[in-house]
Design a protein around this ligand. Sequence first.
Ligand code: AP5
Length: 222
Amino acid sequence: MMRLVLLGPPGVGKGTQAERIAQGYGIPHVSTGDMFREAVKRGTELGRTAQEYMRSGRLVPDEVTIGLVRERLSADDCRNGFVLDGFPRNLVQARAFDEVLAQIGSRLDAVISIDASVETLVARLTGRRTCRRCGTPYHVIFNPPPDPNTCPACGGELYQRDDDKEETVRKRLEVYEAETSPLVDYYRAQGLLQVINGEQDIDKVYEDIRRALEEATAHDRA
Ligand code: AP5
């Protein structure tokens, strides 16, 4: 059982690490960004609403996002835990999430905050390629797939996300600073925060996360 939130700016490696955690701990990776991109791909009403905000790097309205997460976390596969990536993203979402957890008689084990410099984030986002089918992120330099156009995990087509253009990236970083970064203090005050250095290579970041999770859960058991 492991209930986790991954916090951190765009491009820091939340999706990359969430996939590893999901496999390592046998829990679902719940990404609001992936859920919105899936809705856009299907052309649903949710997708049409979300697309407008995502394209310009702004947050999708809270009521839409909170409802989506509430529904997703009540699914059977989340009974033994989850790794949340991209939610909560501001204080309104964080407080609503606390209420959802209280309603289902649950609580978080840890909040992992991954850090990196703005230069690193811009380099990672502008070189990212994402699988259209399964959402797995790669990087043209830091994590290159054997075939630059094909996902080695599922055979899907790799593409550059609409919001990974430099101008939108800058906007997303601003939104992170203004709206999401206050959550670091929010979760520190709850005694849940573990800070990880995201400047290291992918394996080393994962190793530090595993160690932090061991500490967090050992503390719980004591
Ligand atoms: P979302 O999809 O959540 O995007 P994000 O938070 O901006 O994060 P990213 O997916 O861009 O980056 P990441 O940290 O997952 O990095 P990754 O592992 O891919 O949100 C998109 C949009 O949806 C938002 O702007 C908003 O509009 C909307 N939205 C989503 N959630 C919302 C919410 N709760 N409320 C309202 N709106 C919401 O890695 C990046 C690149 O770096 C990859 O190429 C990867 O291969 C590479 N990389 C990763 N780790 C390393 C490493 N250690 N070393 C070298 N390269 C690395």
